[in-house]
Write a protein that binds this ligand. Structure first.
Ligand SMILES: *[C@@H]1O[C@H](CO)[C@@H](O)[C@H](O)[C@H]1NC(C)=O
Ligand SMILES: CC(=O)N[C@H]1CO[C@H](CO)[C@@H](O)[C@@H]1O
Length: 298
């Protein structure tokens, strides 16, 4: 019982006002045990005030995971949609995430500058994001991979990076989107060479060594009749999730006297949801169109 008093003052409040009074009357001496000092061994990992906090997750060994689960090459839309579903779940369940960006087996989550969630402790941000994301990945797996059982539990690593200005945050997101473009262009040619020209992975890799983006576009066009710019946006740009007002029509059981039976009626409700876009976030247009994302008090 007394242990709960010195864990957190807040917890006392929750237990009951009787205990609260006892906590208060017994004072500071009762609120600390001689073991309490071990708390000082905890590292202070508070994220610098007024900075953007970014948590990025990466699939652990997803190269192997994608092979074992027969992901389509060079891209698998089921896997990308599942990642986005998990990211939407993270945004809904946790607090203060203003924008997310994902591609391949990674997702970045940006917490608002003034967030005081868990007193801005990096470990709390990171572990909440990683565990919520990983459990969602397993939970929603079957909705995206009907015929493909999940063979073993996937994992994700996380990191926290703090960006001091709007510009550094935008540059971070631009960096991830540029990475998406470079990888997707490479993979598109690489797999075309294997699947359509019958090259081995080693041969395909050799063929692409030292090539520039223009060379890869040219190979795609001249050898495979693929205009890279016509490839689906989700693969080329990745996925941006931002909060948008969405009208939802739902049927509700009308509350009417029992004798009239369960009448159904349509109700429209406006909700704010994390909505996916596959647009460019490197240029200014996106940020001009959505100033609320970077707004101090959003
Ligand atoms: C960041 O951008 C937002 C939106 O344009 C703006 O309201 C805010 O003042 C900017 N913050 C800083 C510190 O420049
Ligand atoms: C770049 C590329 O090859 N994209 C392919 C990704 O997968 C879809 C099917 O899931 C294909 O239609 C795309 O051509």
């Amino acid at each position: 019982m007394w242990a709960s008093c010195n864990v957190k003052f807040r917890d006392c409040l929750a237990i009951s006002s009787v205990i609260l009074r006892r906590c208060l009357s017994l004072g500071v001496t009762m609120a600390k045990s001689k073991f309490e000092y071990v708390r000082d061994f905890e590292a202070d990992d508070t994220c610098l005030a007024h900075c953007w906090v970014v948590v990025r997750l990466d699939g652990r060994n997803f190269h192997r995971f994608s092979e074992k689960h027969n992901f389509e090459k060079p891209n698998d839309s089921r896997a990308l949609h599942l990642m986005t579903k998990c990211a939407q779940t993270v945004m809904k369940e946790l607090e203060d995430i203003v924008i997310s960006y994902g591609q391949s087996d990674e997702y970045s989550f940006v917490f608002k500058r003034k967030s005081n969630w868990f007193k801005r402790r990096a470990s709390k941000f990171m572990t909440h994001v990683a565990s919520q994301f990983a459990s969602s990945y397993v939970f929603y797996w079957r909705d995206y991979f009907e015929d493909q059982p999940l063979l073993y539990p996937p994992g994700f690593d996380g990191r926290v990076v703090v960006y001091p200005t709007n510009q550094t945050l935008k540059d971070y997101l631009s960096w991830r989107q540029a990475d998406c473009h470079i990888n997707n262009l490479y993979n598109t040619v690489f797999w075309a060479l294997i699947q359509q020209s019958g090259l081995t992975p080693v041969q395909a890799q050799k063929r692409l060594q030292g090539t520039l983006a223009a060379d890869k576009n040219e190979i795609l066009f001249s050898e495979f009749n693929i205009n890279y710019n016509n490839e689906p946006l989700m693969y080329r740009k990745g996925t941006v999730l931002i909060w948008q007002k969405v009208d939802e029509v739902m049927t509700k059981e009308a509350k009417v006297p029992a004798e009239t039976g369960g009448q159904k009626m349509a109700v429209t409700r406006t909700r704010t949801k994390p909505v996916p876009f596959h647009c460019d976030i490197i240029g200014d247009a996106f940020w001009k169109e959505h100033p609320e994302i970077l707004d101090e008090d959003s």
